[in-house]
Design a protein around this ligand. Structure first.
Ligand code: NAD
Ligand code: UDP
Length: 330
């Protein structure tokens, strides 16, 4: 089966390529490399000892996407391509809305034209906004406060409407919680552009000495230690969740939380990293980051029941694998 992976050179896409290749799928990647490098795909091929067909194209370009569909018989799409920095999305909203929404429209349009019925979409837990935790797939979504989050809400809506109209069209909307970690080989992982926004890459850069200390954004949340709680999920567990979703796809739209179901505070993650890797992480408490919520974790029973998938890698292995990748790639 030929799977088109848009954004396949990126962090989650590249790890998912490994899981797809190991599960026996053929992989075609379309990526404009705006936030990734071709070297990552070379490493994926090295890890798996399998080939990937690569197109350096922008998936908002309908002509280029159609050309790819003319050349290859595509059986399904996993659509990762997108811009993902929340803060940046507030500064350049039009670029975010255009890239993240137009890409979804073009891909759905081309799927309709070429009769491709399988579509897996990268959404985010951010669509839940400030709901009560744990987040369930059938909750009413709350405003997300930023264009990145809204672009995910709108893309979900578009795919839901399209699925109602195209007979046999099968969509899995996957709402990721907080992906961290790296492939255990240490060859691929997350490479932030400039100073990291996210906690784990920030910790690894402090650990390696690129940054002087971690700034913890607030210790006055109504959580057990006052710091923010998130549901960190190992990127390889997440990758395997995509294969499970692809296998299960059925007509219409299915939404799944991909998380572990367990919340970890900022301080707990720092301590886990220190223990796993025997490195001290200096930190100071600063004020809250605008737009952050106190707690975000998933209810994961739906994915477990329907997809037969469950995240099983520990916080410790997330810390060990993130660190191995940082050390290999500093
Ligand atoms: P990433 O930036 O590492 O990967 C995205 C890839 O898409 C990059 O390789 C980039 O070059 C490519 N790309 C972007 N726009 C493109 C376009 N128009 N045409 C072709 N290629 C394009 O990001 P990631 O962390 O791997 O995230 C993948 C997806 O998962 C994104 O849609 C993101 O919004 C979503 N997501 C990520 C997280 C997270 O914390 N990393 C959480 C929830 C959802
Ligand atoms: N965080 C922090 N310092 C940082 C980056 C993040 O204290 O340099 C906190 C943040 O406030 C949140 C948690 O770590 O409580 C996870 O943040 P991240 O940006 O990784 O994920 P998101 O907030 O998007 O879920």
């Amino acid at each position: 089966m030929n799977i088109l992976v848009t954004g396949g050179a990126g962090y989650i896409g590249s790890h998912t390529c490994i899981s797809l290749l190991e599960a026996g799928y053929s992989v075609i990647v379309a990526d404009n490399l705006c936030n990734s490098k071709i070297e990552t795909l070379k490493r994926v091929m090295k890890i798996t000892n399998k080939e990937i067909i690569f197109y350096k194209i922008d998936v908002t370009n309908e002509h280029d996407v159609e050309e790819l569909f003319e050349k290859h018989s595509i059986d399904g799409i996993i659509h990762f391509a997108g811009l993902k920095a929340v803060g940046e999305s507030q500064k350049i909203p039009l670029i975010y809305y255009y890239n993240n929404i137009v890409s979804t429209i073009i891909l759905a349009k081309v799927c309709e034209k070429y009769g491709v019925k399988r579509f897996v979409f990268s959404s985010s837990a951010t669509v839940y906004g400030e709901n009560q935790v744990p987040f369930f797939e059938n909750m009413n979504l709350m405003p997300t406060t930023n264009p990145y989050g809204e672009s995910k809400v709108i893309s979900e809506r578009i795919l839901t409407d399209v699925a109602k109209e195209i007979p046999g069209f099968s969509v899995a909307i996957l709402r990721y919680f907080n992906p961290v970690g790296a492939h255990e080989s240490g060859l691929i992982g997350e490479v932030p552009n400039g100073n990291p926004n996210n906690l784990m890459p920030y910790i690894t850069q402090v650990a390696v000495g690129k940054l002087d200390k971690l700034r913890i954004f607030g210790d006055d949340y109504s959580t057990f230690d006052g710091t923010g709680i998130r549901d960190y999920i190992h990127v390889m567990d997440l990758a395997e969740g995509h294969v499970a979703a692809l296998r299960y796809l059925k007509e219409g739209v299915q939404v799944y939380n991909l998380g572990t179901g367990k919340g970890t505070s900022v301080i707990e993650l720092v301590r886990a990293f220190e223990e796993a890797n025997n490195i001290k992480i200096p930190y100071e408490i600063v004020s809250r980051r605008h737009g952050d919520i106190a707690a975000c974790y998933a209810d994961v029973t739906k994915a477990s029941r329907e997809l037969g998938w469950r995240a099983n890698r520990s916080i410790r292995s997330m810390c060990e694998d993130s660190w191995r990748f940082e050390l290999n790639n500093k």
